[in-house]
Design a protein around this ligand. Structure first.
Ligand code: GLU
Length: 468
């Protein structure tokens, strides 16, 4: 049988990392089994659902590289289908009209509470299968006796006493079918074989199973995945830092790092940490989804991101870096080649945002010297060093201005002056980058190119002279 899974977000906000992980599990499971992955937007809560959220969710999924085979389907457009199912249940005597007023229900609730009982609908309207003249809700006739069993691939067997569950409203008196009912009708009519979702939905599952049974539909396999927690072991929320997928994109994380990190947060394959997309598809299974909640660890995620940056090809990283630099207002056509810039920074950048901070000095027209660095390294005595350095760099053939010839110029000068590399490299570094930390100084000069290097050195020479 073809495996069919789905992701069914409610479009009431951005895509949260927890939701993204649920989507990824469903997507991987479908891809692993060469099945289908379906996208369904659960927008029956018309007040809270927005197109903007739907678009944000789709963008996040595309960014993570999750493709879907069918959909997006929108629940709000499927009301007729839900109504047909409501009518069918009424006709079969498995649902009934309820005309109890909210006041009446509230009074009964209060009474039950005051008697120390669990409030539960008392079934007053049971048997009411003729449409009344007044607007009426429709309730599902839930069995009073027996048990409902969820055979959950993650949680194991979960048994609920039917007496615990009261007659759920499946269509409100305003005509809108309710959430649990729509989910069942959709999952059944869309042919889902597996429903993998957050364990915050486990409570809904016994009710949903009863509805499947009443409608005579095949029950899918369920897997309820534990929530993602923050470092303090409470449910991951904004208090712990960014939780939206797109916020991580903006912070310069790579989608492959996020995919890898989120999967590992709830699933394992021995102690392997790093998985390519293809490997995840090949190895993913439901058996190895963890029973206990994963704790979101920002340092580990960052480490993984740095790994993926190191592994990525320079051309691709250049494409990712350019919007970050443009957002800082740099005109990239005026700077050195982005690919060359990236190749000096990819080993040391944990995020693309960080890479763009490191890269700034390459693109600045005016280097701003860090105060402490210039105090320490741009002293008057450097004039006697910068001058001969300028002239020997000037002598290098334009086309050969690169690491090896620059190194030779340094070596000659150091020999002549009896200087150590660091005593020469640090002042030059401050002159070229503004600070004391940068990629290797010969690479920096090569990437900057002859003209920019000489211009910056000349400026530093003037600066040290003017300080006297
Ligand atoms: N719409 C639900 C949510 O966003 C998902 C329901 C489900 O997966 O069954 O939490």
């Amino acid at each position: 049988m073809e495996v069919r899974t789905r992701f069914a977000p409610s479009p009431t906000g951005y895509l949260h990392v927890g939701g993204a992980r649920t989507a990824i599990f469903n997507w991987l499971f479908a891809r692993h089994n060469k099945g289908k992955f379906i996208l369904r937007i659960e927008d029956t809560d018309q007040e809270r659902s927005t197109d903007e959220s739907t678009n944000a969710i789709l963008d996040s999924m595309r960014w993570l590289g999750m493709d879907w085979d069918e959909g997006p389907f929108f629940q709000a457009k499927r009301v007729d289908i839900y109504n047909e199912h409501v009518e069918r249940l009424i006709k079969d005597g498995k649902a009934y009209y309820c005309t109890c007023t909210p006041e009446e229900l509230e009074a009964k609730r209060q009474k039950a509470l005051s008697e120390g009982k669990k409030p539960k609908y008392d079934g007053k309207c049971r048997g009411n299968t003729r449409r009344p003249d007044v607007p009426a809700a429709v309730r599902f006739l839930s069995p009073d006796e027996g048990y409902t069993v969820v055979e959950d691939t993650v949680k194991g067997r979960v048994v609920i006493e039917n007496a615990e569950l009261d007659d759920l409203i499946i269509r409100r008196s305003d005509g809108w079918p309710t959430y649990n009912f729509c989910v069942v009708v959709d999952d059944a009519t869309m042919g889902m074989t597996h429903v993998i979702r957050g364990d915050d939905h486990l409570n809904n599952t016994p009710r949903q199973i009863q509805i499947y049974e009443a409608l005579g539909y095949q029950i899918p396999k369920f897997g309820h995945v534990p929530m993602i927690l923050g470092s303090d072991k409470t449910r991951l929320s904004k208090r712990h830092g960014a939780t939206s997928v797109m916020a991580y994109k903006e912070m310069g994380y790579l989608p492959e790092a996020m995919l890898n990190y989120l999967v590992r947060l709830g699933w394992s394959h021995g102690d392997q940490e790093i998985f390519s997309r293809e490997e995840l598809i090949e190895k993913f299974n439901l058996e190895n989804i963890g029973k206990s909640a994963g704790v979101f660890n920002p340092e580990k995620f960052l480490w993984l991101n740095a790994h993926y940056i190191k592994e990525s090809d320079t051309q691709k990283l250049s494409g990712l870096l350019s919007p970050f630099l443009e957002a800082k207002g740099f005109d990239l056509s005026k700077g050195p080649r982005l690919k060359d810039v990236v190749s000096t920074l990819k080993e040391r950048s944990k995020t693309i945002l960080e890479m763009s901070d490191f890269a700034e000095f390459y693109f600045r027209e005016e280097i701003i010297y860090d105060e402490k660095a210039s105090e320490k390294f741009l002293k008057l005595e450097m004039a006697a060093v910068f001058e001969p350095l300028l002239s020997s760099l000037q002598d290098i053939n334009d086309a050969e201005f690169g690491h090896d010839w620059i190194e030779k110029a340094f070596n000659d000068l150091m020999a002549e002056k009896g200087m150590k590399l660091k005593d020469l490299a640090q002042p030059v570094r401050v002159a070229l980058t503004g600070g004391t930390i940068s990629p290797g100084i010969f690479e920096v000069m090569e990437v900057l190119g002859k003209d920019r290097t000489l211009l910056r050195l000349r400026k530093a020479l003037n600066y040290v002279i003017s300080r006297s």
